[in-house]
Design a protein around this ligand. Sequence first.
Ligand code: 13P
Length: 283
Amino acid sequence: MPVVPMQKILQDAFAKRYGVGAFNIVDSVTMQAVLEAAAKMRSPVIIQVSVKTVKVMGAKVLRAMFAEMAARFDIPATLHLDHCPDRAVIEDCVAAGWDSVLFDASLLSYEENLKQTREVVELAHRHGVAVEGELEAIHGVEDGVGSESEGAAVALEDAVRFIRETKLDSFAPAIGTAHGVYKGEPKINFERVSEIVAAEPVPIVLHGGTGLSDVVFRDLIARGAAKVNISTQLKITFCDGLRGYLETHASEHDPLKLLNAVRGDVTEMAAGYMKIFGSEGRA
Ligand code: 13P
């Protein structure tokens, strides 16, 4: 069962309280690395892509590459579009057969966000595509999308109304985590996750995974965070891996050796997170 719907992956993780890593890949090398990590750990996995990468490679190319690569591995894998405020890009990904999208209308007013998210969910669900939604902007601009500050907290009853009326498949609340490298200790609102899940049992998405401690991951996953996003650490591992290899092999000019080495580094990084998130052995 290579490619499976996002809903299937999230519902199992949410019910059994483990987290599935969603890694923002940047090319074929990193996509393969993350799939290899999942195969090694017998873990379900989410291949996540930023809009910036979709604009470089194209929704159809990414989907075709994902389908071909995932078919080689006997683990559940699904393809997700990360933070996307642009409905045209969402429509392209839905048309190309992606499994899931995050419609990020967090910079719009509550009512406008609710109205547009409902429209996106209607379109996506007609094609079997899952939708992640966001109400309060999550701190940190990533790949050109996002906000320099966390959006104001929305009352619990309004968050619940948003989840119910839009019929979202997963919800990403702002709980004090941030995209990028943390400058200090993040102040995390753990209770917010428990409150939302108690009021409406929807899989929660944890953004800003890079730099959080194992204890924080495990706590939030136990409360209902079923999808855990990792982007910055993949970029760091990739770039540092390339730099390190080139420095230690200054007279070598074999691109495949270089890329194989970096792929190994990214595989190891992703496998480490799968262990922490408790998704090991769940495939
Ligand atoms: P990091 O870049 O902090 O890992 O966050 C990833 C993320 O939340 C992508 O949406």
